[in-house]
Write a protein that binds this ligand. Structure first.
Ligand code: ADP
Ligand code: MG
Length: 583
């Protein structure tokens, strides 16, 4: 067969296969164009999940007749004036979206640009342009999407699923551009000029109020910084819908960043649950390539492991900082307006007295409810107040003085007129887990190495992370071209090593790193801690209760159990007053 250059309409349809996957990707391209045109108000209407029509109206600068004609030509763009692909300041730059969309739909554009005698209308199917009375911004209407490519039409999901994907796209762009107003189907409104927290509440829901932790860090230079908000571990979703990630202002769904977020929460959230976040990573544009996929949701970092480590470190320290100190009060939420910061005064008190608590309660090797933890002992070693009464000493501590137990399940404590309720099982689980976790991993050398047969490329992949695996107690090496030999493993730990190594290989090939072993280790520790902890239903005396309170105070991330449930709640007396209608 002779070689032939494909006709334009086919080239465009092929490109559309990459750029125009579904109605949501059409909306994404059109809204990005509107943003690039300087619009600050964008109205989107999607009919029948996008099958019948998708309309995007903006108040941007519009196009003159000449630009309108060129806009639907392949690789025609106004956004790369100096041919520099490393310095991309617009959301689009490929000049592919409009011709691709036009090749798989019936598209019309109405636009008006200052200086033109009138507006113009383009019929992208015929190429015909005629004057119109359109008088501001641009309207692009895409009808009968995929009608000419029935194979693609078949892959569209139900209307509801498609509109949810559109909503997701709009939310991501709305989060990136809080200076712009967005309206979808006259039902979802994201007004312009909201601050980040307001926008997050509009996008993620009001339940986030008072439960997001602010993050702001840089790597010690202007090369890399991270700002935004992450959720307390008690606030989580069943999917990643409310994870909003941005690199240099662009919404992305990048494996490196998503993986780092997950790793940061590993100790406090189940792997099947997802924290909420709006995180903005700024990185020197020369260290990142955004020109990777046509849909542009992935990026290439020049040094992915550096970026990953920076994100994990920043988020973990932010989580650790808060979790010992602040517990939230859901109980009285219904009677207290959102705006009231229920725990700020309490957490401030806690913060102020935290340092000297460290002297009073030395970490213990083994958790036993014995006299060592009793009030006499604490009072006698307290360097700050040797002559005050036992009650006063406890009152200086973040979680105060135990006053009783209810249902053999919850410990009640009092501190500066605040009521503190502690879930005794969750508390002890957290303490046990942290204690086991910080123990060095015991490694067991194997007399006979375990040999796992693998494909050569898997052997190479596992080899890439051999040093990391060693840190988790797994020592291995290639055994010929298509097998791996394990020489040492974490002691008392038996797993299906073949499965684990294959999982690790898959992960390394996909993400360049592996969290499998760490995650499995984490799960194992969490289960162990759970089974070796004080149960709900166990009666405790006051000494035991006070001992438990002191141990929580000394535990990293003591505010949540390993599964992310809260360990304790603080209820200020002012909230009790509200409940009893005294205020
Ligand atoms: P790209 O956005 O990559 O440049 P597109 O195919 O999406 O490519 O758009 C082609 C050109 O059409 C853009 O560069 C821009 O000049 C113009 N254009 C598209 N949409 C709009 C709009 N809503 N308002 C003004 N100009 C637009
Ligand atoms: Mg574009």
């Amino acid at each position: 067969m002779p070689v032939r250059v494909l006709p334009d309409f086919l080239v465009n349809q092929i490109a559309a296969g990459e750029v125009v996957e579904n109605p949501a990707s059409v909306v994404k391209e059109l809204v990005e164009n509107a943003l690039d045109a300087g619009a600050d108000q964008i109205v989107i209407d999607v009919v029948d999940g996008g099958r019948t029509s998708i309309t995007v109206v903006d108040n941007g600068r519009g196009m003159n007749r000449e630009d309108l004609a060129k806009s639907v030509m392949r690789h025609a763009t106004s956004k790369l004036p100096d041919d520099d692909l490393t310095n991309i300041t617009y959301m689009g730059f490929r000049g592919e979206a409009l011709p691709s969309i036009a090749s798989v739909s019936d598209m019309t554009i109405d636009t008006y640009c200052a200086g033109e005698p009138n507006g113009w209308q383009l019929n992208a199917t015929t190429g015909e342009i005629k004057p119109s009375n359109w008088d501001g911004g641009t309207r692009i209407r895409v009808q009968n999407l995929f009608a000419r490519t029935p194979a693609r039409l078949k892959f569209l999901r139900g209307d509801r699923a498609e509109i949810m994907s559109v909503l997701d796209v709009v939310k991501r762009l709305a989060m990136a551009r809080r200076d712009v107003g967005f309206v979808l189907n006259n039902k979802w409104f994201f007004p312009k000029n909201q601050d980040l927290l307001e926008r997050m509440a509009a996008v993620m829901g009001d339940d986030i109020m008072g439960r997001m932790l602010e993050v702001s860090a840089d790597s010690g230079s202007t090369e890399l910084s991270l700002t935004g908000f992450i959720s307390e571990p008690t606030l989580r979703r069943a999917s990643s819908v409310d994870q909003f990630l941005f690199v240099n202002g662009r919404p992305i769904k990048d494996k490196v960043v998503v993986g780092a977020l997950r790793a940061a929460y590993m100790d406090v959230m189940h792997a099947r649950e997802f924290p909420l976040c709006a995180l903005f990573l700024s990185i020197n544009p020369h260290n990142v390539d955004v020109n990777v996929s046509p849909a542009k949701t992935e990026v290439h970092f020049l040094e992915p492991s550096h970026v990953r480590a920076f994100i994990i470190k920043t988020l973990r320290s932010r989580l650790a900082e808060t979790m010992n100190l602040v517990a939230r009060v859901d109980m009285v939420q219904s009677v207290v307006p959102h705006q009231m910061n229920l725990t700020s005064s309490v957490s401030d008190n806690i913060r102020n007295c935290a340092p000297h608590v460290m002297h009073v309660c030395a970490p213990k090797d083994d958790y036993k409810f014995d006299k060592r933890h009793g009030p006499e002992n604490v009072a006698s070693v307290a360097p700050v107040a040797p002559v005050v009464s036992v009650d006063d000493v406890f009152n200086d501590m973040p979680l105060g003085r135990a006053i009783g137990q209810i249902g053999d399940k919850y410990i009640l404590a009092e501190k500066d007129n605040n009521l503190i309720i502690v879930d005794q099982h969750a508390a002890h689980e957290r303490i046990t887990y942290e204690r086991v976790r910080t123990h060095a991993i015991k490694v067991q050398p194997l007399l006979t190495p375990i040999v796992v047969n693998m494909r050569a490329e898997d052997v190479v992949a596992v080899g890439q992370v051999a040093n990391e695996l060693k840190l988790s107690g797994l020592v291995l090496d290639a055994f010929g071209d298509d097998a791996i030999a394990i020489f040492e493993k974490p002691a008392d730990w038996d797993l299906n090593w073949g499965d684990l190594l294959h999982d690790i290989a898959d992960e390394v090939r996909e993400n360049g790193h592996s969290v499998q072993l760490n995650e499995k280790l984490h799960l194992k520790l969490a289960n162990w801690a759970c089974h070796h902890s004080v149960r709900a239903g166990q009666k405790l005396d006051l000494n035991q209760m006070n001992a438990l309170l002191r141990d929580i105070e000394n535990t990293t991330r003591g505010g949540q159990c390993n599964h992310g449930r809260p360990v304790y709640k603080i209820i200020p007396i002012s909230d009790l007053d509200i409940i009893f209608e005294r205020s």
